[in-house]
Design a protein around this ligand. Structure first.
Ligand SMILES: [Zn+2]
Ligand SMILES: [Zn+2]
Length: 311
């Protein structure tokens, strides 16, 4: 069944109940563009559910993630061999190439299942999804997705997924601070020890057009207002998140290994915005997502606890 797995919403980047880039043609009104998007995604969803149930997709996603674990184990063994001997024999090299290709294919399938979940959620809760042009001064919805390797946004240079990012140290990014960064940036090339890829892209006008589930109690607040509220309840929120430390989430996959990332707490953090990060569950991997903003923290909370912080 998975060979027929195609992206449901072509041309749109999706992540965690958010679709980015609804606008395709400048001649259409926003309302028509949104109507078209809904119609097309509903149509794709209908075709999809004629063949598969929600349970099928859930199980298949789980199976694919398990397979990814196995593939990575084998790749890591081959990497060790390479490190010991300085090269691989022909047979091992062929196997490594096969495994690397299989990993890319599996990742696509997992991403498609994630996209299905987002379209499914929209289908079930149509009243909660709204079109919005991201507020340039307070681009919360994009910040919320920060660091997450996004389905439908492969790097044109190396094909690894890209993520929305901003420079370290910026606490409340404005729209001009946000860019697409290739996740290859955080992986070092074994031979040169340089970043595998440092491709970046500016946000386009389309990236500011989103369609998302805004059914969060405090989604109307600015990032500053949300910061104050979270700091006021810091200890309670910390305690809730504490239960989930070391657990994995399939909302954030390692862009390199495509395995689920794990929630970690930093030792001696300044405050709750310096506390959490996600790390690839493969110990030797450097891929991390730092959680520094209130909107990302809320997204993490929702991933792990199934609801928004103040819900
Ligand atoms: Zn790249
Ligand atoms: Zn990894």
């Amino acid at each position: 069944m998975w060979d027929q797995f195609k992206r449901l919403v072509g041309g749109v980047v999706s992540g965690f109940k958010t679709f980015i880039g609804i606008v395709a043609e400048s001649t259409k009104t926003v309302k028509r563009q949104v109507d078209d998007f809904i119609r097309e995604s509903e149509e794709a969803y209908r075709k999809w559910t004629e063949k598969y149930s929600e349970k099928d997709v859930k199980n298949a996603k789980k199976t694919r993630l398990d397979q990814l674990h196995q593939i990575n184990k084998e790749i890591i063994e081959l990497d060790k061999k390479f490190n010991q001997d300085g090269s691989l024999n022909e047979k091992d090299q062929i196997r490594l190439d096969e495994l690397t290709k299989a990993r890319i294919n599996l990742r696509k399938k997992v991403d498609n299942a994630t996209e299905y979940e987002a379209v499914h959620d929209r289908h079930k809760n149509p009243e909660k999804y709204k079109y919005k042009k991201v507020d340039d001064a307070n681009p919360k919805e994009l910040i919320r997705l920060g660091g997450r390797a996004m389905a439908g946004k492969p790097c044109p240079r190396c094909n690894l997924p890209m993520a929305l990012r901003w420079k370290t140290g910026i606490v409340n990014p404005s729209i001009d601070d946000i860019f697409w960064g290739c996740s290859g940036f955080f992986t070092k090339d074994k031979k040169t020890n340089k970043s595998l890829c440092s491709n970046t892209e500016r946000l386009s006008i389309h990236d500011r057009q989103i369609f998302a589930n805004f059914n969060r109690p405090l989604s109307h607040l600015s990032s500053e207002e949300l910061t104050k509220l979270i700091l006021g309840e810091e200890n309670i929120i910390k305690k809730q998140l504490d239960y989930t430390v070391n657990q994995v989430t399939s909302d954030y996959l390692c862009p390199e290994h495509s395995v689920q990332m794990q929630l970690k707490f930093k030792n001696n953090p300044d405050n709750i915005f310096d506390l959490c990060y996600l790390k690839c569950s493969i110990p030797t991997c450097n891929q991390k997502v730092k959680i520094k903003t209130p909107d990302q923290l809320d997204a993490i909370y929702e991933s792990y606890l199934g609801k928004s912080i103040f819900e």
